[in-house]
Design a protein around this ligand. Structure first.
Ligand SMILES: Cc1cc2nc3c(=O)[nH]c(=O)nc-3n(C[C@H](O)[C@H](O)[C@H](O)COP(=O)(O)O)c2cc1C
Length: 327
């Protein structure tokens, strides 16, 4: 069984990924949040700053490109490969309207002709292996029935499928029956993505998709960073989890303190991280409330030292989710 860490823009940047692998592990492939392709002969290196090899210490990182133009994609892929990467991923799942209305991200799923045009260019003498991360459809869940047979015609290395439509964004159910249909339609190795928050979610999925052996985790891994290793059968004593989490936090905090300009930016960043990290901590709701209320870095640090001053423990099966669009 293989586990991939999903790209989460604004969260899973190189600092986060490096520390995730240092403290939690269990991940076979990390996917970097997307870079957008540009219509330029020479790629400005600042677009690739998250991918710079000297910044990245995870074993296997897959850069991702958001694009609807095959030539632009290829140039961006070439610049990425020149940094030493072995594969790139094409994002055709991003649900945000600013992206989809330009027929990018999930928006292109409603235009199979554009997908074919794109792949004709990208897969003609490809610069590197290309995997795809898609949703079932844009507005219509049936889009995948047209799109997957097209993708099958090309030597795509892997097909990651999120079981919602673009219109759903992160709300509502994962369409398990359509996911099963999509997996059986694909002749390319598939990866399951969506709503693996707890170990029991994973157990259910193994029953529902007995032939699926690769899972991509996003929000579930950010809120329970021990979940990937647990899925791999590695047991970490619950009493150690709070301490490990604190070490992870402290190192991430220092990295951001040294790189972000001013306390406000630092606070905003740490608050967005705690929305996930607080989920499985005992009395985590209270902690999150106090962190959100903290107006200054000093107050934030007082809140945290009060919380971590006491061993509170870890709740594996916590059904409370705060993050975007979940139950
Ligand atoms: C804030 C946020 C940012 C995201 N950024 C990206 C991205 O850059 N590229 C991408 O392919 N998916 C992105 N996603 C989608 C995730 O990779 C993943 O597919 C989604 O969260 C569903 O998986 P999960 O239920 O395990 O979280 C993002 C999701 C969220 C909530």
């Amino acid at each position: 069984m293989k586990i991939y860490l999903a790209p989460i823009l604004g969260m899973t940047n190189y600092r986060y990924r490096n520390l995730f692998t240092k403290y939690f592990g269990g991940i076979d492939k990390y996917f970097a949040p997307f870079v957008t392709s540009v219509n330029a002969e020479i790629i400005n290196p600042t677009l690739l700053k998250d991918l710079m090899p000297e910044r990245n210490s995870v074993e296997y990182l897959v850069p991702q490109i958001l694009s609807n133009n095959g030539d632009d994609f290829k140039r961006m892929a070439k610049a990425i490969i020149d940094l030493g990467y072995k594969e790139v991923n094409w994002n055709i799942g991003c649900p945000f309207s600013i992206v989809t209305r330009k027929n990018k991200g999930a928006g292109i799923l409603a235009h199979p002709d554009k997908i074919r045009q794109f792949l004709d260019i990208v897969m003609n003498n490809p610069v590197c292996p290309v995997s795809i991360k898609m949703r079932l459809g844009m507005n219509d869940i049936a889009d995948f029935r047209t799109v997957i047979p097209i993708i099958n015609e090309y030597p795509v290395s892997e097909l990651i499928i999120h079981g919602r439509t673009g219109k759903q964004a992160y709300k509502g159910v994962i369409h398990k029956n359509e996911m099963a249909e999509a997996f059986s339609l694909s002749t390319i190795p598939t990866v399951y993505n969506g709503d693996i928050f707890e170990y029991s979610d994973y157990e259910l999925l193994t029953k529902h998709f007995p032939d699926t052996h690769t899972f991509m985790l996003g929000r579930g891994a950010l809120s329970n960073p021990f979940l990937p290793s647990r899925m791999k059968g590695i047991h970490i004593d619950s009493s150690k989890k709070q301490t490990i989490l604190k070490q992870f936090h402290d190192e991430l905090y220092t990295a951001y303190e040294n790189s972000l300009y001013g306390g406000k930016h630092l606070m905003d960043k740490m608050k967005s991280i705690w929305i996930y990290l607080a989920v499985h901590l005992k009395e985590g709701d209270e902690l999150l409330k106090n962190i959100k209320r903290a107006k200054t870095v000093d107050t934030y640090n007082i809140v945290l030292s009060e919380y971590f001053g006491k061993e509170r423990g870890w709740n594996e099966e916590n059904g409370v989710y705060y993050f975007i669009g979940t139950r």
